[in-house]
Design a protein around this ligand. Structure first.
Ligand SMILES: *Cc1c(COP(=O)(O)O)cnc(C)c1O
Length: 392
């Protein structure tokens, strides 16, 4: 299957035709909604499977999109990949394709907020049985019922960077004949490849590390060709496809994927170590630190730990907000995985509508600050963090 050994060669060359339209070296943006046939016989031959022809109508695929999918499937060592208009449409379309009425699905509790809302507000409405449990294999096992069909988790998770033991999860799922899906966005295929551990399907928000430039929204599902084909049928009905331009930007971003990830990993650990030495930072959450409760699992299944570092500031919600406002380089916004470093305070952003008690119940502390460390120079980022602490 794999022609190339390394991630950079894969992301630059995989899926590219040697000779391209107009002798271009880059894959063009095929900005076309439909793809005409020569005559009616050609349509019949296409539907009879007599001619090899990939494109038919834009909702069923596009040349630029297929090239991006080839790269993504190789990076995650999967059989097939399917791109979507967003990470959320990758999650929702995949689950709608694979679940039936009254089947049971287990989610882990610090999954992306909109994924949990999809479980509690959409799936429940259509009588899919859902459970949300802590990201821990024993807790997942305890939640399994006769009708459990899917276990869906992230690893690492947001915002505490909990790590789920993929090997133990796969052993459990195989024993119980349950499908496993990992939203691997926080790791990216550079740092973690769940399919190599036996996970059935991997999902990414390409908006983060894969696109890598804070300039596109897209998602991908990767796994066995048969499952991906089933999901593709649903995508054709539901319609959440990526635009050709987005696919072009993704291809462009992917060419530097491995270089960028090495830098995110470097900057991430540098910032995490700096924060650990800060008196005004109470607790630092980063799976690459020996102090992280899941470091021993992370070390076994990850090649690096990425650019997201969260920590609890000594003080209350207002103190944490003051710290965020003191930063000069970090932009105040959610998301992660681009060149610009970002900062968010979950209590005043993602979880603003809840009161302190409700947030506490969800495990979201008011003094929690999440940094998305970008591609700048670590010294400059640390200088910025230091002055923000000093001015508190
Ligand atoms: C951002 C994100 C999503 C949603 O992706 P979009 O591209 O914003 O739709 C899903 N899961 C995780 C873990 C994410 O970080």
């Amino acid at each position: 299957m794999a022609k190339y050994k390394g991630d950079s060669t894969r992301s630059i060359h995989q899926g590219e035709r040697r000779i391209k339209p107009c002798d271009s070296i880059t894959t063009p943006v095929v900005q076309s909604s439909t793809f005409p046939f020569e005559n009616t016989q050609a349509i019949c031959d296409f539907f009879d499977g007599k001619v090899q022809r990939v494109e038919e109508y834009g909702r069923y695929g596009n040349f630029t999109q297929h090239v991006a999918e080839e790269k993504l499937k190789e990076l995650d060592r999967g059989e097939a990949a399917l791109l979507f208009s967003s990470g959320m449409s990758a999650v929702t379309t995949t689950l709608l394709a694979l679940l039936n009425i009254r089947s049971h699905i287990i989610f882990t509790s610090d999954c992306y907020k909109k994924t949990r809302q999809f479980a509690t507000e959409v799936l429940e409405k259509y009588q899919v049985d859902t459970s949300i449990v802590e990201p821990d294999v024993e807790k997942i096992e305890a939640a399994i019922k006769d009708n459990t069909r899917i276990i869906f988790s992230e690893s690492p998770t947001n915002p505490y960077l909990n790590v789920l033991d993929l090997k133990a999860l796969v052993q459990l799922a195989h024993r119980k004949k349950i499908m496993t899906i990992i939203d691997s966005t926080f790791a990216s295929p550079y740092n973690q490849r769940p399919i190599e551990f036996g996970i059935d399907l991997v999902i990414h928000s390409c908006t983060k590390y894969l696109g890598g430039h804070n300039d596109l929204i897209a998602g991908v599902a990767i796994g066995p060709a048969q499952q991906i084909e089933k999901i593709k049928q649903y995508q054709g009905i539901l319609g959440p496809i990526p635009s050709p331009w987005t696919c072009y930007l993704l291809i462009r971003g992917l060419k530097t994927f491995a270089l960028r990830m090495a830098r995110h990993n470097h900057n991430g650990i540098e910032v995490a170590r700096f924060l650990e030495g800060q008196k005004k930072a109470e607790r630092v959450h980063y799976p690459g630190l020996e102090s992280h409760p899941h470091h021993h699992i992370a070390r076994k299944q990850m090649n690096g730990y990425g650019g997201v570092v969260s920590f609890e500031l000594k003080g209350d919600r207002e103190a944490a907000s003051r710290f965020v406002d003191n930063l000069n380089l970090f932009y105040i916004t959610p998301s992660f995985g681009g060149p610009e470093s970002l900062v968010s305070q979950p209590a005043v952003m993602t979880y603003y509508e809840l009161d302190e008690q409700q947030r506490k119940k969800k495990g979201i502390k008011d003094n929690l600050v999440r940094l998305s460390v970008g591609l700048e120079d670590a010294e400059d980022l640390i200088d910025d963090l230091r002055q923000a602490f000093d001015r508190l």
